[in-house]
Design a protein around this ligand. Sequence first.
Ligand code: GTP
Length: 268
Amino acid sequence: SSSGSSSINFKKKPVIIIVVGMAGSGKTTLLHRLVCHTQSSNIRGYVLNLDPAVMTLPFGTNIDIRDTVRYKDVMKEFKLGPNGGILTSLNLFSTKFDEVISVIERRADQLDYVLVDTPGQIEIFTWSASGAIITEAFASTFPTVIAYVVDTPRSANPVTFMSNMLYACSILYKTRLPLLIVFNKVDVARHEFALEWMEDFEAFQAAVEIDTSYTASLTRSLSLVLDEFYKNIRSVGVSAVSGAGVQEFFEAVETSAQEFMEGYKVDL
Ligand code: GTP
């Protein structure tokens, strides 16, 4: 690395794309779209599934937590509910994550991207020790970016939008990795409103103030915080269903990976 800010000489490829998103944001559909795109455009992709509880996936995986950890057995053995079962399965898998890194390292020359699917309940990955261990294992070996999938039509309300962005901000703060906000479902609702709110916080304030029941001073402070957050991130609008924006998604991932290699720092 020429930046000197990191002592690790990162190989350029593959770029790790960790896909996170609230339940229903369209993570699985988007991953399917991304996998199809890589296959039809000679991009060499690799797919890693970290969701132990998923029944069926519409795409094939190269490495799958379900091959190593039996989620139902973990629930029985440790007398856990569904979320505890997923978390414990992820903990068990993270103890052997160096093997996953080795497998990817051995194939590094033949791979452009590793697409990483995470559990449907976002906080199981973003707020767990094993999620942090896995993220750090990736980021200490390969350029790594986080793709945060947003349900655009369901974020059209300014307060919902703000909550969603605050969550994204917490992910940036925890991971300190380049963050790409993926506004999904633009076939249903275009994401221009989001771009406007991100570029012009007065436009956002005006939108919030229509909802007069809201604590205006708190909202004002939070939107100033978010204004700083927006300077640290990228965003792209996509439709997992129609395929719109997928090209732009990969371009934004490349820019983010470049930033990572140049010694990306979060300025918060
Ligand atoms: P899990 O985390 O695995 O549960 O995935 P998810 O819940 O985040 O999303 P999933 O892919 O299951 O999508 C949720 C719903 O949104 C489904 O009904 C999808 O068909 C729909 N959906 C996903 N992407 C799009 C999109 O780009 N446009 C439209 N119109 N619908 C979408």
